[in-house]
Design a protein around this ligand. Structure first.
Ligand code: AMP
Length: 114
């Protein structure tokens, strides 16, 4: 079961977050429970509950999220690599019903992810 959506409230400024990027289309902030030395969430300002409702018109927005992820990875010094993750719905491990991309770095990651 997905928990209450709080990312919309972060976008609206009703809940504080450690924001490191803010533009017309997206917001990025440090995860409250980091799973790596760098753990940033990149979220669209458009209300999109999860990955499997994306449409072709969201393509440029999703491309933008990736490019912001790349910029932040560089800014945060992740020169040896990083991982971008989007969890979709319950079986994908999604807990907040507002599409978000995890940027993880600063340690080694393994595969399969578990
Ligand atoms: P997911 O499990 O993919 O839905 O990811 C949700 C992420 O949101 C988790 O990594 C949480 O630690 C993170 N999170 C939950 N509440 C907050 C918050 N108030 N500020 C920042 N990150 C949060």
């Amino acid at each position: 079961m997905l928990a209450e959506n709080l990312f919309q409230r972060i976008i609206e400024g009703k809940i504080p977050a450690n924001v490191i990027h803010d533009d017309e289309h997206c917001l990025a902030f440090h995860d409250i429970s980091p799973q790596a030395p760098v753990h940033v969430l990149i979220i669209p300002k458009k209300i999109i509950p999860t990955h499997d409702v994306l449409t072709r018109e969201d393509g440029p927005l999703m491309g933008h999220l990736h490019l912001v992820g790349l910029k932040l990875a560089k800014d945060l010094g992740l020169v040896d690599g990083y991982r971008l993750v989007i969890n979709c719905k319950d079986r994908g491990g999604q807990t907040v019903p507002h599409l978000h991309m995890h940027l993880l770095g600063g340690r080694d990651f393994h595969w399969p992810p578990g």
